[in-house]
Design a protein. Structure first.
Length: 135
């Protein structure tokens, strides 16, 4: 939108960005999906923004989708490790927030973030490749 309005955008490490809290699961899913999509879409314009840790959700998603085809025991091992990790961070988040009753919300958040964000990232690749002019 800035390009269409012929405006320029500059980077400043001193800026703080505040985001509105997502109170609805549907809004969280939508925003997380597009966050992943625009993260990878931006890789094509600004390759220096690619960092290895941005690829972790995609690698995890591919692992979950492909390991059952190779070996169900390996899949179950990855899934068990993933669940234990999600439960650990969910408990930690709930305790830090002094709201242990919100443990289940934290679990849902981690599932949404890990999987929806990764699907959004793959959509970002698709959209960038479709929109990219390779001349």
């Amino acid at each position: 939108q800035l390009e269409r309005a012929e405006k320029k955008m500059i980077y400043s490490s001193d800026l703080y960005v505040y985001h509105e809290r997502k109170n609805k699961l549907k809004k969280l899913v939508k925003d997380t999906f597009y966050s992943g999509a625009y993260r990878t879409y931006g890789f094509f314009d600004e390759t220096k923004t690619i960092k290895w840790h941005f690829l972790v959700p995609q690698i995890a998603l591919l692992t979950f989708l492909l390991t059952p085809l190779v070996n169900i025991n390996v899949f179950l091992l990855f899934f068990a490790i993933y669940l234990m990790t999600v439960f650990y961070f969910s408990i930690r988040s709930a305790i830090r927030a002094k709201a242990p009753h919100k443990f289940y919300l934290a679990v849902a958040f981690y599932f949404v973030y890990n999987f929806v964000y990764a699907f959004g990232m793959f959509y970002g690749y698709y959209k960038a490749l479709k929109d990219k002019d390779f001349d």
